[in-house]
Design a protein around this ligand. Structure first.
Ligand SMILES: *Cc1c(COP(=O)(O)O)cnc(C)c1O
Length: 455
């Protein structure tokens, strides 16, 4: 009964999320931010997600609990993670090889457990997602299926300044097909004097290259600037040009609501250790749209875990892919990795994506408000992340004009963990699961002090 209820509740949460990924409760939309501790505390008191903070372990800087704004790089450890992993260690100890098929949660089917939460987070159907491999490996495997250049259609459109793994992936994939990266890869960057990239510029480039375009492959949320791209519009433009469209959602998954299925995105991959709090280097996942669920003509590099589950142990020749994303799996599920992943996904499902997004907009809005209040005309820094909430997640990127890395070091000395990106950007990501309005307020007081040194 208990289990059934949970399943039911989960379905409702997923429906609510997919139908309406970005609602605003009326009482939250008219908040007037104030630069006072009382205001921050009152926001925390009203916060329906406030209790989740206590479920996470915070690092210390100089013996004091840090103000942790680095969930964009490595999400914090849920206190429950240890139990989830210990449970699997126990199964391994007590059941050994029988653990594959026996006990509650037999490992043979363990991948299924993460599907409801992943589907909700990505805006997908369960058969469109599966947790597997690492992000960079998944990018390569997905390219095998979705980048099939021909003599005329071989070009790829991507964002300029992409994450290095993505650049190396594209460059080496193109070379693997005997093509020249300089001819095949088209990078779309910001216009002169701007920091973020306009959707219309992607769409225009896609239309202009229509005859030669094979693929649009880019970030959903840009790691450096924090910009969320209009994935729906870009997907539509790509499909109009007869190209496949895929996204790297490393910084989007668990951060911004998405509707990958409805948008018609062909494929996507992400990592679980950033906003999904699943532990350093932990398992990635892929999305493959339903329309490719049964496409035997799509080439792929297969492994036994993608083979028809019922037939797998016949150990026979002739690869028969499983339906949907599962058919892209290669290897045995990584049980310990999935255990840590599940600890976090269960928290996500309890919190609910609607509420997370709602708080995220308020929290990042507050950070933005305070930074503008304080830095005003000092000329020390500038926020380069878009102002419009739908064009950003929780991260704000600050371009440092004076003081360079010293500004960042000053933050760290005062217990703020953010991250520094060469040549001059500080990224700060207050996350709605474990950060509070008081964290943001405290950061602002430290910023105020620091600016006195550099202005
Ligand atoms: C974090 C990140 C990666 C990291 O890839 P791994 O394979 O998980 O090491 C790749 N691409 C982007 C866009 C990222 O933000």
């Amino acid at each position: 009964m208990e289990k059934e209820n949970q399943g039911f509740f989960l379905q409702i949460e997923i429906r609510k999320f997919i139908d309406n990924p970005n609602p605003r409760s009326p009482d939250m939309s008219n908040i007037e931010y104030q630069f006072t501790e009382d205001f921050a505390k009152s926001m925390d008191t009203k916060d329906p997600l406030g209790s989740f903070r206590a479920e996470f372990l915070f690092p210390k800087v100089d013996g004091k609990e840090a103000i942790y704004f680095c969930g964009n790089s490595l999400g914090l450890q849920p206190k429950s993670t240890k139990n989830y992993i210990e449970k699997e260690l126990g199964n391994w100890a007590n059941l050994a090889v029988d653990g594959h098929f026996h006990g509650e949660d037999a490992w043979y089917h363990i991948r299924k457990k993460s599907k409801p939460a992943l589907a909700a987070i990505l805006g997908a159907h369960e058969h469109e997602v599966v947790a597997m491999n690492n992000l960079s490996s998944n990018l390569h495997f997905l390219m095998v299926s979705f980048y099939q250049p021909t003599k005329t259609k071989f070009k790829i459109i991507t964002e300029a300044g992409a994450f290095p793994s993505d650049m190396y992936m594209l460059e080496t994939q193109v070379k693997f097909h005997g093509l020249n990266p300089a001819e095949a890869i088209i990078e779309i960057g910001p216009r002169k004097g701007e920091h973020t990239i306009r959707t219309e510029d992607f769409v225009k480039a896609i239309e202009e290259n229509k005859d030669h375009l094979a693929l649009v492959m880019m970030a959903g949320l840009q790691y450096y600037t924090g910009q969320v791209f209009d994935m729906e519009a870009i997907t539509a433009a790509g499909h109009n040009a007869g190209a496949n469209v895929g996204f790297d959602l490393a910084h989007a998954a668990g951060n911004v609501p998405m509707k990958l299925h409805d948008w018609g995105v062909d494929f996507a991959t992400w990592c679980s250790y950033k906003y999904m709090n699943s532990g350093p280097g932990n398992i990635s996942g892929i999305f493959v749209h339903e329309r490719h669920a049964e496409s035997p003509e799509l080439p792929r590099f297969a492994g036994w875990w993608g083979h028809d589950e019922g037939e797998r142990f016949k150990m026979e020749k002739g690869f028969i892919p499983m339906y949907g994303a599962d058919g892209w799996q290669l290897a045995n599920s990584n049980v310990l990795a999935l255990a840590a992943h599940q600890a976090s996904l269960d928290i996500f499902m309890r919190a609910g994506m609607n509420k997370l997004r709602e708080k995220s907009e308020l929290l990042t809005g507050y950070l933005e408000f305070l930074i503008r209040e304080i830095s005003g005309s000092s000329g020390v820094l500038e926020i380069i992340t878009p102002k419009e909430p739908k064009e950003r997640g929780c991260q704000l990127s600050l371009l440092i004009h004076k003081g360079g890395k010293e500004v960042f070091d000053e933050f760290y000395k005062n217990g703020i963990v953010g991250d520094w990106r060469h040549p001059n950007v500080i990224r700060l990501a207050p996350t709605p699961l474990y950060n509070s309005f008081l964290d943001v307020y405290r950061f602002a007081r430290i910023l105020e002090q620091s600016l006195k040194k550099f202005a």
